[in-house]
Design a protein around this ligand. Structure first.
Ligand code: NAD
Length: 785
């Protein structure tokens, strides 16, 4: 007995602390499952020892006291918690209690089914909104259920909370209750932007929503992507409907957001079906839910059933398996990727998270390790979100063992033993480039590193790159391990006798592979650039490079500054591209591909019309980042002097007539530094070599046939894949978009086209079927194999 009493006191103290962290600080240190385990241990001990139950036990109370920094609000009708069900038997037990409580016949022929309402249990925080005569007058948190915090200013910033109710007939006093939450996408965006500004990131959307709403500065709340979903009413001056669902539907008509998933269920079996249906869709819902809430639908029945200490008797939360768990970080290993990035990976003590055993988690980079304050031996919270690889979101500091070890980046590559170096971040401002340390470490071994070589080849042959079918990851590993290939160029030297010796290959498959390799010798320039695997150059950037510069020769020599003239290419990516082509090894591989391997790139050779037209002297001067010169000042210089040389050599008087003294001095000081003048002239020379002319030299630029047009592809195409169709349209200068609008020029609709086609017809847009599309391409000399 003594032991039980001691444990009860321990558990109460621990749960009180976690309640305070969760409900008041919005910074829980353990995942909900762990809290629930402790809570249930306490509940079971109290059930065995009813004389030890006290009114201040966490099992008898709701939430935690309101924070004194906010004005306090008394809830006329307490805001309670919910009872939990984890197993189906708990649900049957709940239904039995309800049936008995309502005195309904519960077995045999006359058994009566209770009607329940079903709603997803959104994971955010409970909020009460008070409307007087249809106007929002107060918003409050739940607090300890009786006293909450006044957050009126903050709730007004939540965009889908109506400040005035729509329609008419609302009760004079109406208290609406619901959950403020953050969607998964909003949460990802918030954390990304917090990382960018070095701010605090949140472990999950619930903490983010709670932390964002309970802000003393409502401007912060206003910038957070919060949403509201109403699930009930509190104080009300007259009844609205005699059912819970009726209440919610009426509130919806008055402009209140309610769940789209709201449904009625006849009896508990129907509830369980609903639970399984939502459970299957849980990962694809746009917001996080931690269970389903079932409520007796009849308001009269709810009143009859009443409440227990901390929860209503007429409702229950049927919880889903938790997406967060506790486990131990056994070790951190380092993996080497395609671009040589050495990435830390967490090796975890295997643990089941929502039915899946997790033993590894991504750690992204060493900055993330530092941000988490992670040490080997730590107890960590891991989280599964969607189907992506689980993440370590938090360290439970109070459980750190004495022998915890620091995570250190290896000095040499774990695969090839080459040096591991920290990448650099290049930024330019006020005419100066500054270099700082990047988050990524890289093995400098390049293709001499087995791991990078394998990944590089896997990327090179992939569908969106050179699309060589029949070369799986395992085969590539074998080819590299047996030293049959040392670069992508070696693929083209493979012979039948070598291939047939590989695991899983026979006569036909070997011949097929040889043909697939041979067929890949005439790629578009964009595919080829993408296939090279230049760090930070994805498909879109590769397309921009190909479309704008038109030939590999130009891409190879383009100066970083010139590359920044291209759409969406920043200085860092520009440097990556430039240094990739400066590298001897890369030059040799490209030389071999185009030489010995006889690869022929399909390119236009010409500068893209958009790019050529974008070059203005003003724009170029602006990009030089001359201190105190913005786009306006740069344009004035361009208009006055007409050529870069004119600006560089301009005399003081002319300069003063063009710009205010401070700016004029700045331009002179900038070009008086010989390297600045040389660099600027070099950039101009390259642009001219590429065939560009400053617009004030009146060069007429001819556009591609579809420049400025937006096309949409919908339905299935039979003669080519959508990717190929997109590529062809882009080669003619069109932009290909995923959605139809009044700005769409033409829609290509294959069989099975749905809402996009309907919309196109409604808008009266031009629509082509596949046959007409192919004919159109032919008119523009584009063939379709
Ligand atoms: P709860 O979250 O289990 O259930 C009650 C709450 O559900 C309501 O207040 C409401 O906000 C919400 N809800 C969502 N959808 C609803 C709907 N359709 N209808 C009615 N309510 C709906 O209980 P609680 O008392 O808010 O919190 C307890 C839970 O919080 C625990 O089970 C635990 O998971 C978590 N918690 C975690 C820690 C921690 O340290 N990690 C600490 C305290 C509490």
């Amino acid at each position: 007995m003594k032991a039980a009493e001691t444990r009860i006191l321990e558990l109460r103290a621990e749960l009180d602390l976690h309640n305070y962290r969760y409900h008041v600080l919005d910074e829980p240190s353990i995942p909900d499952v762990e809290y629930d385990r402790l809570f249930h241990e306490l509940k079971a001990l109290e059930a065995e020892n009813p004389h030890l139950v006290t009114p201040d036990s966490p099992t008898q109370r709701v939430g935690s006291a309101a924070l004194s920094a906010f004005t306090q609000v008394r809830h006329e009708i307490p805001m309670l918690s919910l009872g939990n069900a984890f197993e189906e038997t708990d649900m049957h037990e709940f239904d039995r209690r309800v049936t008995e409580g309502l005195d309904l016949p519960n077995d045999g022929l006359f058994a009566e089914k209770v009607e329940y309402s079903c709603e997803p249990k959104l994971d955010g925080l409970a909020v009460s909104l008070l409307y007087q005569n249809g106007a929002l007058v107060r918003g409050a948190t739940r607090g300890d259920g009786t006293t909450g915090e006044d957050i009126s200013v903050n709730v007004r910033t939540v965009r889908n909370i109506p400040l005035k109710l729509h329609g008419e007939g609302w009760p004079e006093t109406l208290e609406v209750r619901g959950e403020v939450f953050m969607s998964k996408a909003g949460f990802d965006r918030l954390n990304e932007s917090q990382l960018e500004v070095g701010g605090k990131t949140f472990a999950n959307p619930r903490n983010a929503a709670a932390g964002s709403l309970r802000q003393l500065d409502s401007k912060i709340t206003a910038n957070r992507p919060l949403e509201f979903c109403c699930y009930g009413i509190g104080q009300v001056s007259h009844d609205i409907s005699d059912t819970h669902i009726g209440n919610l539907k009426q509130l919806k008509a008055w402009g209140m957001p309610i769940s789209r998933e709201l449904k009625a269920a006849a009896g508990i079996e129907d509830c369980l079906k609903y639970y399984h249906d939502i459970g299957e869709r849980r990962l694809s819902l746009p917001y996080e839910i931690d269970g389903v809430v079932f409520k007796v639908n009849s308001i009269a029945a709810q009143r009859e059933l009443g409440f227990r200490a901390r929860e209503p008797r007429w409702a229950i939360a049927h919880k889903f398996p938790a997406m967060e768990e506790l486990t131990e970080l056994l070790d951190v290993e380092f993996q080497v990727g395609r671009t040589g990035a050495v990435t830390p990976v967490a090796r975890l003590k295997p643990v089941k998270v929502a039915g899946v055993t997790v033993a590894n988690a991504t750690l992204h980079n060493m900055d993330e390790v530092a941000r988490l304050g992670l040490m080997i031996g730590d107890t960590v919270i891991i989280r599964r979100a969607g189907d992506v690889i689980p993440q370590v979101v938090q360290v439970v500091l109070e459980r750190r063992p004495d022998n915890a070890r620091k995570v250190e980046i290896p000095q040499t590559c774990p695969v090839c033993g080459s040096q591991v170096e920290r990448t650099q971040l290049i930024k330019r401002s006020k005419g100066k480039e500054t270099v700082s340390e990047g988050a990524v470490y890289r093995c400098v071994g390049r293709l001499a590193c087995g791991a990078q070589l394998k990944q590089a080849i896997i990327h090179y042959v992939s569908r969106r790159a050179m699309d060589i079918e029949g070369l799986g990851d395992k085969t590539i590993e074998q080819l590299v391990d047996e030293k049959l290939i040392g670069s992508p160029a070696d693929l083209y030297k493979l012979e039948y006798d070598q291939i047939i010796e590989l695991e899983g290959f026979a006569d036909i498959s070997s011949k097929k592979l040889l043909k697939a390799i041979d067929d890949s010798k005439t790629p578009t320039l964009a595919r080829f650039i993408y296939a090279l695997g230049i760090p930070d150059v994805g498909e879109e950037t590769a397309k921009v490079l190909a479309r704008s510069l038109g030939s590999l020769d130009k891409v190879k020599v383009a100066l970083p500054e010139v590359l920044t003239y291209l759409p969406d290419i920043g200085l860092e990516v520009a440097h990556e591209i430039h240094s990739f082509f400066e590298d001897d090894h890369n030059q040799n591989v490209i030389g071999a591909l185009l030489g010995e391997c006889k690869m022929q790139l399909q390119d236009t050779g010409d500068l893209g019309a958009e790019f050529a037209a974008s070059a203005t002297l003003g724009g170029m001067l602006d990009k030089l980042n001359i201190p105190s010169i913005g786009p306006g000042g740069a344009q004035k210089l361009a208009d006055k002097f007409g050529t870069l040389e004119g600006v560089v050599k301009a005399d003081w008087l002319d300069m003063r007539q063009t710009l205010p003294e401070k700016q004029a001095q700045s331009v002179r000081a900038f070009f008086d530094v010989p390297e600045n003048a040389e660099r600027a002239l070099k950039i101009e020379q390259q642009l001219k070599d590429f065939g560009m002319h400053w617009q004030n030299e009146k060069k007429v630029v001819e556009g591609l046939p579809l420049t400025g047009q937006t096309w949409v592809l919908t339905g299935s195409l039979e003669l080519m894949s959508r990717d190929v169709a997109k590529e062809k349209l882009e080669s003619l200068g069109a932009k290909v978009s995923g959605s139809v609008s009044a700005k769409t020029h033409t829609v290509v609709a294959g069989p099975g086209a749905g809402s996009k086609l309907t919309k196109a017809n409604e808008l009266g847009l031009k629509v082509l079927d596949e046959e007409a599309f192919v004919a159109f391409l032919k008119q523009h000399d584009i063939s379709v194999e």
